[in-house]
Design a protein around this ligand. Sequence first.
Ligand code: ADP
Ligand code: MG
Length: 238
Amino acid sequence: MARIVTVAAAKGGVGKTTLAYELASFLGGVLVDLDWDSGGATRMWGYDPDAYRRAPLLDALEAGPEGRVPVPRTRRHQPALVPAHRDLATSTIPDALVADCLSAWATAWEQEWVIVDTHPGANALTDGAMQVADLVVVPVLLGAREMDALEGMLRDFGGYRLLLAPNMVPPIPPRRYVERLATLANGTPVAPPISEHRWIRRRLRRAALTLQPQPGRQLLKAAGEFRALAEAVERASG
Ligand SMILES: Nc1ncnc2c1ncn2[C@@H]1O[C@H](COP(=O)(O)OP(=O)(O)O)[C@@H](O)[C@H]1O
Ligand SMILES: [Mg+2]
């Protein structure tokens, strides 16, 4: 049985795509990109949806759980990907159908893991992906407004199995937010933190950090943190 892990957050720019890309890579799963924005996993992977006439993910969602299963694309050192398309933004597919499709595909792919990246905030695609998830990974930044957003999310999604994943954590984490996170978590598991790696924003390589051959010292440190996150995901979803 495949485990479905959905990466979601109320806000953009917190690391959903980065975490989803690394989790799918390290765990060897399929990455389903449900984020229609062009700054997402699909472009990062090197797939240009505009170069194709059809949108495989949209077609498959419209065909429903009994329809044809989308075939993940594969590339060396990158996660297997079901790419997004900008028309997902205007799709009217209900959340329950999204959930049923993901569940059917997860079985058909015969992989141990399916990782779903999402568009920030509430929408039917994200709702469906959260409903069917064995675990919802929520990247968390140690900032005032980010903590407010997390508080709201914990209130709305208390019924889900969540793993909080502190990301972009500075070398000296601000104590007050570390404490607030512990208070907010209140029993919800918290993954080992991922540091702020400034060079990640400038990186042009498409290889996953956890799969890149001949990593340098900087990259090894980051890859180690993402591996620790993947291990926390394995524990929390088991
Ligand atoms: N741990 C990190 N350290 C430094 N930069 C990061 C880290 N995680 C993500 N980023 C960068 O932050 C930006 C937003 O990350 P992204 O994964 O696209 O967030 P989201 O999907 O939530 O919008 C990207 O430029 C990404 O490279
Ligand atoms: Mg994203």
